[in-house]
Design a protein around this ligand. Structure first.
Ligand SMILES: C[C@H](Cc1ccc(C(C)(C)C)cc1)[C@H](NN)c1nnnn1Cc1ccc2c(c1)OCO2
Length: 330
């Protein structure tokens, strides 16, 4: 079997939302597919009313296929400080033509203010490794883990785009979605992430800097978070760029367009090039002359995060069979 669905960017590509069908008859929620976590949780009829602001709610009592996992709970805190918690049902979940009949659907009873204020986001669908799942007393499998045995090929692909809809596909690699070759690299799943190591980077037309960058491919993080040495080298090339403590990040003049940023993939010289305009993440004020940088530091996290700013420059294969990541330009 195969499946897939569109991934539509919210403002500034801060996140990408994908329609996911849950229950019988189907209830369609727009979820943030997140390769950096492993819980599938949704706003629901059980979410406290004061914490709901416009989201679509999954109501298990309206699904003939919903089964409550009595005594099961979940609670998650994300690296950006947001959090949510609740109870657990099993129900039928589909992404396009791909259906998992007994998927753990974690219904939120509480969500933090960051989720409440994001009215278009109806929840997260985690595609990290199972060890990250927070359900107690027994961890639950991800949609991909449940689907994998039935898939034509044990893979899913992320084809995110700048400012326009892209796609997540399951079970096949679309040869029309990328250019050149796909370079596969090994993944360390010991922390539950799609964790890989880039051999280095280049700034604009500059020479390639060999420095290992270990980080995760994370569709659920907006920015590209890199070691401070790389980040200061990049912004050091841009007159007027500076670290702004009030913004808690590097800001830069929105024009002229900043230099491209390339990160290496594999040891054959392959690289993914981010056009400089991707680094103009969003204007910081009303004048539009200063932009918040799409590349920021990863200090305090312990690893780099190849978030949407990086992923939208590539076609990425998440191979659950060989536990490898495939990177291609497009
Ligand atoms: C943050 C997202 C998870 C999320 C997504 C969306 C949202 C909102 C809808 C409310 C906007 C909140 C949360 C990420 N997913 N793998 C994640 N989940 N756990 N760690 N990370 C990545 C990380 C880790 C550390 C950091 C960071 C990021 O930004 C700053 O420091």
């Amino acid at each position: 079997s195969t499946g897939g669905a569109v991934a539509t960017p919210e403002d500034h590509d801060v996140e990408y939302l994908t329609p996911v069908s849950i229950g019988t008859p189907e209830q369609i929620l727009n979820l943030d597919i997140d390769t950096g976590s492993s819980d599938l949780w949704v706003f629901s009829s059980e979410t406290s009313r004061s914490e709901v602001k416009g989201q679509t709610l999954y109501d298990p009592s309206n699904s003939s296929t919903a089964q409550k996992l009595e005594g099961y709970t979940w609670s998650i805190s994300y690296g950006d400080g947001s959090s949510s918690a609740g109870e657990v049902y099993l129900d039928t979940v589909s992404i396009g033509a791909l259906t998992v009949s007994s998927q753990a659907v974690e219904v939120a009873q509480k969500v933090s203010s960051e989720f409440t204020s994001d009215s278009n986001n109806d929840g997260l669908l985690g595609l990290g490794f199972g060890s990250l799942n927070t359900v107690q007393p027994n961890a639950q499998k991800t949609f991909f883990d449940n689907a994998m045995p039935a898939l034509d090929s044990p893979v899913f692909t992320a084809d995110l785009k700048a400012g326009i809809p892209g796609r997540y596909n399951f079970g096949y690699i679309d040869p029309n979605a990328y250019t050149g070759n796909i370079t596969y690299v090994s993944v360390d799943d010991s922390q539950g992430f799609w964790d890989w190591t880039s051999p280095g980077y280049a700034i604009g037309s500059g020479s390639f800097e060999n420095t290992t960058i270990k980080g995760i491919a994370d569709t659920g993080t907006s920015l590209l978070l890199l070691p401070s040495s790389v980040v200061s080298a990049y912004y050091g090339k841009i007159s007027g760029a500076k670290y702004d403590s009030t913004q808690a990040g590097y800001v830069l003049p929105c024009s002229p367009t900043p230099p491209d940023f390339a990160f290496g993939v594999g040891d054959d010289g392959a690289a993914i090039v981010l056009p400089g305009k991707y680094i103009n993440y969003a204007p910081t004020g009303s004048s539009g002359t200063t932009c918040f940088g799409g590349i920021q530091g990863d200090s305090g996290i312990g690893f780099a995060i190849f978030g949407d700013v990086a992923l939208k420059a590539a076609f990425v294969v998440f191979d659950g069979g060989s536990k490898t990541l495939g990177w291609a330009s497009k």
